[in-house]
Design a protein around this ligand. Structure first.
Ligand SMILES: Nc1ncnc2c1ncn2[C@@H]1O[C@H](COP(=O)(O)OP(=O)(O)OP(=O)(O)O)[C@@H](O)[C@H]1O
Ligand SMILES: [Mg+2]
Length: 447
C-alpha cells in the first residue's frame, strides 16, 4: 500500500528478533515509508547520529543496551530528542509501558503486532511530529519577524524623535531670526521717524538762514559801498576776521550744510522704505526703489576699503510695472543676496589670515526685466562662484561655508521662503567655480 505524501518519511525499527523486524519492515515498506533497521541499541544510536529518522520503533528487551537506555540516550542528545519514539512491548508488560512513556516515548505498541494498529499509530505520530515541526518553524519565523519589527519600531522612533527635535530647533531659530528682523525693522523705522522732526527743523531753518545771511551780506556790502572809509577800528576788525573770505565762505558753508541735511533726509527715507511695516497686506510697489534703497543701506560696504577694492554696481533696469508684494520682505531678499556677493568679494580680496589675496575689478550687475507673466530680478556677481556640492545646499536651513560667528546660514533659506511661499515666485541660482553667481528672483505678476 502506498500512502501519498508519506514517501519521504523515514522510520527506524530497532529490534533484535529477525521475525519482528521482517513483519514490521514489510508492513511499513508496503505503506510507502523508507524503513531502516537496527538490531541493537548501539547500532541504532550510530545510525541516528548519521541520519535522523522521522520516527523510531524501539524494542525494550535487547542484548547490550536495552530499549530504555537507548531511549534515554536519544532524549539526552539535542539532535535526536525530538524524534518520536514508540516502544514495542509484550502485551503483559504494563510496567514497561509506564517506564517507556516516562522516559519520553510518545506511545507503545504491543506484540504480537496488529498491522493496522501499527500503521495507525505510526501515522498519527508522524502527523503530530509534522505539525509540531511546522508550528515550531512558524513560531521561530514569528519570533524573527517580531524581533525585526521591534528593531524597526525602535529605529523609527529614534529617527522621529531626532526629526522632531531638529524641526523644533529649526522652527525656534527661524522664529528668533524673524523676530530679530522685525524688531530691527521696527527700531530702524522708529529711529528714521524720530530723526525726521529735528531734521526738517534744521533743513527748513537752513533755507531761512541762507536768505538771512545773503541779506546781511548784501547789507554789509551796501555799507562798504556807501562808507568806503569806515575808520581804523572797523578796518582792523575786518582784517582780523578776514571779512572778504568769511562772506564768500559763509554761502558755501550753508550750501554744503544743505547738501548734508538733504543726504540725511534721503537716508532717513531709505531706512523707512526699507523697513516698511507691510507684513499684513501686499501693496503695489516699485521694485527698483526697493533695490536702490537696499543699495543705499549697503553703500558703506561697496566703497573701497583697506585691502578691499571698490565694488561696482551696474544697473540694467528694464521698464517694470508696479508689483503687488510685501516690499519690506523683498528688500530683505535683495539685502541677503547682495550681502552674500559682497561677502565673497571681501573674502576673496583678503584671505582668512588677513593677507591681501587679489584685487579684482569686482562687479555686481543687477538686471530687471518683465514678460507677460513675471518680473525677474537677476543679481549677478563676478566673484569666485560655487561648486555643485555647495549649490545643492545653499537654500538649506543653516547651511553656511562661512566661519563660525560670521554666517548663520539663514539668509538664502529665508529668502527662498519669502520669494516662493509669500510671493508664489521662484528663487534660483546659476553658478560654477570661477564663473561668479547669478541669483534670479521671478515674481508672478498676478500674485
Ligand atoms: N554670491 C555667492 N557666491 C558664492 N557663494 C555664495 C554666494 N551666495 C551665497 N553663497 C554660499 O551660500 C551659503 C549660504 O548663504 P546664506 O546667505 O544662506 O548663509 P550665510 O551667508 O552663510 O549666512 P547668513 O545667515 O549670515 O546669511 C554661503 O555660506 C555661501 O557659501
Ligand atoms: Mg548670507
Amino acid at each position: 500500500m502506498f500512502i501519498e505524501g508519506m514517501e519521504e518519511e523515514e522510520i527506524l525499527i530497532v529490534d533484535d528478533t529477525p521475525a519482528n523486524l521482517e513483519v514490521l519492515f514489510d508492513c511499513l515498506d508496503d505503506a510507502g515509508f523508507e524503513v531502516v533497521v537496527a538490531k541493537d541499541g548501539e547500532s541504532a544510536l550510530q545510525k541516528v547520529e548519521k541520519e535522523q529518522p522521522d520516527l523510531i520503533l524501539l524494542d525494550v528487551m535487547m542484548p547490550g543496551i536495552d530499549g530504555f537506555e537507548t531511549c534515554r540516550r536519544l532524549k539526552a542528545n539535542p539532535d535526536s530528542k525530538d524524534i518520536p519514539v514508540i516502544f514495542m512491548t509484550a502485551l503483559s508488560d504494563a510496567a514497561d509501558k509506564i517506564a517507556g512513556l516516562s522516559l519520553g516515548a510518545v506511545d507503545y505498541i504491543t506484540k504480537p503486532f496488529q498491522q493496522e494498529e501499527v500503521l495507525a499509530r505510526v501515522k498519527v505520530h508522524l502527523q503530530l511530529r509534522k505539525e509540531i515541526k511546522q508550528r515550531t518553524a512558524a513560531e521561530a519565523e514569528l519570533a524573527k519577524l517580531n524581533q525585526k519589527l521591534e528593531k524597526w519600531v525602535s529605529e523609527r522612533t529614534a529617527q522621529l524623535k531626532q526629526t522632531i527635535e531638529q524641526l523644533q530647533d529649526a522652527q525656534l531659530q527661524q522664529l528668533v531670526q524673524k523676530e530679530k528682523m522685525s524688531s530691527i525693522g521696527q527700531l530702524v523705522a522708529t529711529v528714521a521717524h524720530e530723526i525726521n522732526n529735528p531734521l526738517s527743523f534744521i533743513s527748513g531753518n537752513l533755507t531761512h538762514a541762507e536768505l538771512y545771511i545773503k541779506d546781511l551780506i548784501a547789507h554789509l556790502q551796501l555799507y562798504q559801498d556807501k562808507f568806503p572809509t569806515p575808520g581804523a577800528e572797523i578796518a582792523d576788525h575786518a582784517e582780523d576776521i578776514d571779512l572778504e573770505f568769511l562772506m564768500e565762505d559763509l554761502c558755501q558753508l550753508i550750501s554744503s550744510m544743505k547738501k548734508g541735511t538733504d543726504r540725511i533726509v534721503q537716508i532717513s527715507v531709505s531706512l523707512r522704505n526699507f523697513s516698511r511695516a507691510d507684513t499684513k497686506n501686499k501693496v503695489a510697489a516699485d521694485i527698483h526703489e526697493g533695490i536702490d534703497t537696499t543699495l543705499m543701506i549697503l553703500k558703506h560696504r561697496l566703497k573701497a576699503r583697506k585691502n578691499i577694492p571698490e565694488i561696482e554696481i551696474v544697473k540694467e533696469y528694464g521698464e517694470l510695472p508696479l508689483v503687488e508684494c510685501y516690499p519690506g520682505q523683498l528688500n530683505q531678499v535683495f539685502m541677503n543676496i547682495l550681502a552674500n556677493a559682497i561677502d565673497v568679494f571681501d573674502e576673496d580680496s583678503i584671505g582668512r589670515d588677513g593677507t591681501k589675496r587679489k584685487a579684482n575689478h569686482n562687479i555686481i550687475t543687477i538686471c530687471t526685466e518683465v514678460n507677460c507673466e513675471h518680473v525677474t530680478i537677476k543679481i549677478k556677481d563676478n566673484g569666485p562662484g560655487m561648486s555643485s556640492e555647495v549649490i545643492q545646499q545653499i537654500f538649506d536651513y543653516l547651511f553656511t561655508t562661512k566661519p563660525a560667528g560670521k554666517g548663520t546660514g539663514l539668509g538664502l533659506s529665508i529668502s527662498r521662503q519669502i520669494v516662493e511661499e509669500k510671493h508664489g515666485g521662484k528663487l534660483t541660482v546659476i553658478s560654477a567655480p570661477g564663473q561668479g553667481a547669478e541669483f534670479a528672483i521671478a515674481l508672478p505678476l498676478n500674485c
